[in-house]
Design a protein around this ligand. Structure first.
Ligand code: ATP
Ligand code: MG
Ligand code: FE
Length: 340
């Protein structure tokens, strides 16, 4: 079964062709980073305009690279939630037009579920597992029972993890995208230079939630207060200490989730899954009997392959969406975790 997957929820315009949910025949990702760089963040208006300009070409390139023609397509899939409204509308409307023209079924894909499905393209992963989604807009720790069945254990109560990286980098004028820049700088810094707080952990010992407002305020407004004696306030030291605090925050919740559930299988997804400190710490967890699955770098950030891959799961079950379905900017209502 050939599925074409279209992703346009934010600033990546991507179309992929995936065979039988596993074999990536093409995964064309056109990133708009250079257009948003001057603003140190994604400008929604620019993002949707670029999607309109690019999507036809990206689609044609994806088919060409895959060596197929449009009549080989069995299913059309596209992200329809959550994300930037104008951006979602472009990719999803394109998908609807394509499905109508080719007379093929449509699958509307949840971007959050797609991010956590990405590692399935590269590994055989059995359920259940603890899913850790860390992206520009979301931070979710969940019990994942199947590709479509999530129980949310914890989320952020303010900024998303990637958003915190982006905001700190923007404040210091370090460059864009913030997560990538901070990760690079942090490799040259000392992460014990500053000890930034984890305010949520102090208040409630049993939560899986995270909060980035405390760390962000500390880094931006009260930097010197958190500096340890004998260290310099160099950008590299700030970056390294911030990265450690931001990632340790989620790692502590992840430890707790693994201990409480006894499930030592962990799957990462989203742009922050590319973070080198996070990958190093979690790779070591195999010594504690954990199985940890990271998407490869290309599949961490937004891409059409993860959309096509999860759509295959719906398609083989005959679960399709109407050409009248719409888009939604908001996170869907995942059910809360209930310990059994
Ligand atoms: P969402 O998936 O929640 O809708 P999004 O699609 O914008 O948001 P992604 O494309 O998954 O998010 O990831 C982008 C985010 O990942 C940005 O916030 C970026 O700074 C962050 N990021 C990318 N690489 C790294 C890295 N090495 N370390 C930390 N953060 C990173
Ligand atoms: Mg992006
Ligand atoms: Fe994303």
């Amino acid at each position: 079964m050939i599925v074409v997957g279209i992703e346009s929820s934010c600033d990546e315009c991507s179309v992929a062709v995936v065979k039988d949910g596993r074999s990536v025949l093409s995964n064309v990702i056109a990133t708009q980073i250079e257009f948003h760089k001057p603003y140190s963040g994604v400008v929604p208006e620019i993002a949707s305009r670029k999607h309109v300009e690019w999507i036809m070409d990206v689609y044609n390139r994806a088919l060409k690279e895959a060596g197929i023609s449009s009549c080989d397509i069995d299913v059309v899939a596209a992200t329809n939630r959550p994300g930037l409204m104008g951006s979602l509308v472009v990719g999803f409307s394109f998908a609807k037009g394509l499905a109508m023209g080719l007379e093929k079924p449509l699958v509307a894909v949840d971007h959050i579920k797609a991010h956590l499905y990405a590692p399935h393209l590269e590994y055989d992963i059995s359920y259940p597992f603890i899913g850790l989604l860390l992206s520009g807009g979301h931070t979710v720790i969940s019990m994942v029972n199947s590709f479509d069945d999530f129980e949310v254990m914890g989320t952020t109560i303010d900024d998303a993890c990637g958003e915190a990286f982006d905001k700190v980098a923007k404040h210091f004028g370090w460059g864009y995208p913030g997560g990538v820049v901070i990760d690079r700088m942090a490799e040259k810094g000392c992460d014990t230079a500053f000890s930034f707080p984890d305010s949520v952990l102090k208040k409630d010992k049993h939560t899986y939630d995270v909060s980035y407002s405390g760390i962000k305020t500390a880094v931006v407004y009260q930097l010197e207060q958190f500096k340890n004696p004998g260290y310099e306030s160099s950008p590299e030291n700030i970056a390294a200490s911030f990265r450690k605090a931001a990632i340790d925050m989620v790692l502590k919740r992840l430890d707790r989730a693994v201990n409480d559930t006894g499930i030592k299988r962990v799957v990462l997804g989203g742009g922050v899954a590319a973070n080198s400190y996070l990958r190093r710490v979690l790779t070591e967890k195999k010594h504690e009997g954990w199985e940890v699955f990271f998407p490869s770098m290309e599949l961490c950030t937004d891409n059409g392959a993860m959309v096509a891959a999860i759509a295959y799961e719906y398609a083989i079950r005959g679960r399709f969406d109407s050409l009248e379905s719409g888009v939604s900017a908001r996170v869907p209502d995942f059910k809360p975790y209930s310990s059994k």
